[in-house]
Design a protein around this ligand. Structure first.
Ligand code: SF4
Ligand code: SF4
Ligand code: SF4
Length: 505
């Protein structure tokens, strides 16, 4: 364990998790009806809505982020290649990549609202920063996206490629590779948008958008239509989907009137602008609202959830010191090169987690003694209950990076490219980490336990939605509790290990 961290805390946490597993399910199930329906519309006050409806509202926030985006690219290409002295690494992998997960919890897809890839794509397509141009004047061929790609497997594949590049090739320590990656994603966002209708990259292929999309089902905010009666009785045009002279059609092909989860919305605010009845709200709501209500569940989303969980754990494993001993040992035994061994281990974990999960779903089916609910349905539905565990473990992992490395922004701000500048007089400073290891450990344990408790809660809802009979639902839940406790113990073990920092070299 990390020096100075008492072992009793680690084992105490495991016992606490086991206790929570069985205690919290029923407690929340009975209590939550009172709070589940709570919504507060931030756009409810007319002034905020009027500001959001202005066409320059989004570009105003996008512009500074686009500036930082190109700063990262410039710094990566032309700055020093020492990771701890280059702003490209600190901004991208320590602040943005770590911070985005935290932001999702409280602000959902807000990253998409300011996303530079999306901003540049919009500006190229529209040949304007904010104006609503006619659809026929847009710089796009407006082709139809191939039907067989109407799923998020492309995003899942890109996520695996990024994970390989990040952990195998160590892209997070290379300013130049980071810059090339940013440019590559920009290329992947722009090209489909000028070829096809809408923004198929955002909807189907963007790994950041799809991962944050699934995580944002947990978020405490949502964009939704307000009153179905107004849509039904007073609106014949569905402008929120098709657009009008006030706003563009929904770029991710959503129909906000019917949208009931956050997953595919990129918070572009176009539907808020185009709805003439001001019938779109942006609500504060209880956490995990999308995960606990009955809704359509999808195979591609279930697979991405499992891949996210496996790869987040793999991420943690590769950062513990023992990892290099394991890979070196395997290289010695097999005589194979590092990349081959790395890829085999990554693929192994990628299949191990889903395989264990599949077996426990099969046990859930047997335990339920229900012959009409298919194993496939159980596999897909329960996969969503893994999301809070994945989200909070991801957050716990990033907490270590953020609080141990983010202070490196202080000298780098004065000398962003490592060229020996001292703009603000802070270049020579070397501040220590923001928090001590033991303080971070307490935060991490809190996060893992919180994620675990929410996963149990979601699983209990899923059980009741999948099986009508209460007894069958509870029986099917038992093997799933094993899944969740098992994953949480792995998470706790991982965060108890010393971790190698990205800017350590
Ligand atoms: S889906 Fe991806 S490209 Fe689109 S806005 Fe979100 S992060 Fe940006
Ligand atoms: S444009 Fe407004 S009123 Fe019409 S369907 Fe959409 S949300 Fe409802
Ligand atoms: S138009 Fe509305 S529903 Fe569609 S992505 Fe934009 S904000 Fe989300």
């Amino acid at each position: 364990m990390i020096p100075g961290i008492p072992d009793y805390l680690f084992f105490g946490s495991i016992i606490m998790i086991l206790f929570l597993t069985f205690g919290i399910v029923e407690y929340f199930e009975k209590q939550d009806r009172k709070v589940r329906g709570y919504r507060y519309d931030i756009l409810g006050t007319g002034i905020i809505r009027q500001v959001v409806k202005k066409r320059y509202f989004q570009p105003l926030f996008q512009l500074p982020v686009v500036f930082l985006f190109f700063l990262v690219i410039f710094s990566g290409l032309f700055g020093t290649q020492s990771p701890s002295s280059n702003i490209a690494i600190i901004l991208t992998w320590i602040i943005w990549w770590a911070g985005i997960v935290f932001v999702i919890i409280f602000a959902g897809k807000i990253w998409c609202f300011i996303c530079p890839w999306n901003a540049v794509t919009d500006w190229i397509r529209r040949l304007h920063f904010w104006k609503r141009r006619k659809d026929e004047d847009l710089f796009t061929l407006n082709l139809k996206w191939p039907k067989r790609l109407n799923n998020i497997y492309l995003a899942t594949l890109l996520f695996l490629v990024l994970t390989w590049l990040e952990l195998g090739y160590d892209i997070t320590s290379s300013p130049m590779a980071t810059a090339y990656l940013a440019l590559l994603i920009l290329f992947m966002a722009v090209v489909p948008a000028v070829l096809f209708k809408g923004k198929p990259f955002c909807r189907y292929a963007c790994l950041v958008g799809r991962i944050s999309g699934l995580y944002s089902m947990f978020s405490s905010v949502e964009l939704r239509r307000k009153d179905e009666k107004i849509c039904r009785e007073r609106c014949k045009t569905g402008d929120c989907k098709h657009g009008n002279e006030l706003g563009y059609p929904c770029p991710t092909f959503e129909y906000p009137r019917k949208m009931d989860v956050n997953t595919y919305c990129i918070l572009c605010t176009e539907c808020i602008k185009s709805c003439r009845h001001d019938n779109i709200s942006f609500n504060i709501r209880p956490f995990a609202s999308d995960l606990v209500k009955p809704r359509e569940t999808r195979k591609d989303e279930a697979y991405l959830s499992l891949v996210m969980l496996s790869m987040t754990a793999f991420h943690g494993i590769t950062m513990i010191p023992a990892w290099s001993n394991w890979t070196a040992g395997l290289q010695e035994i097999t005589g194979l090169g590092y990349y081959f061994v790395f890829t085999v281990l990554m693929a192994g974990l990628l299949f191990l987690f889903p395989a264990v999960y599949y077996i426990l779903c099969w046990l859930s089916k047997i335990a339920s003694a229900n012959h009409s609910v298919q194993l496939k349905t159980i596999f897909i539905n329960y996969a969503y209950s893994l999301l809070p565990i994945a989200l909070f473990y991801h957050l716990a992992h990033n907490t270590m990076h953020f609080f141990r490395e983010s202070q490196k922004i202080v000298p780098v701000l004065s000398d962003p490219f490592g060229w020996g500048w001292d703009i603000f007089g802070t270049a020579g400073m070397n501040p220590g980490p923001v928090l001590s290891l033991s303080a971070i450990w307490y935060i991490q344990v809190f996060l893992v336990v919180t994620g675990h408790a929410f996963s149990i809660y979601v699983a209990s809802k899923v059980a009741r939605q999948t099986f009508e009979d209460e007894k069958q639902a509870m029986h099917s839940l038992l093997p799933q509790l094993l899944v969740l406790v098992g994953f949480s113990i792995v998470s706790l073990w991982l965060i108890s290990q010393p971790m190698i920092m990205r800017t350590a070299m």
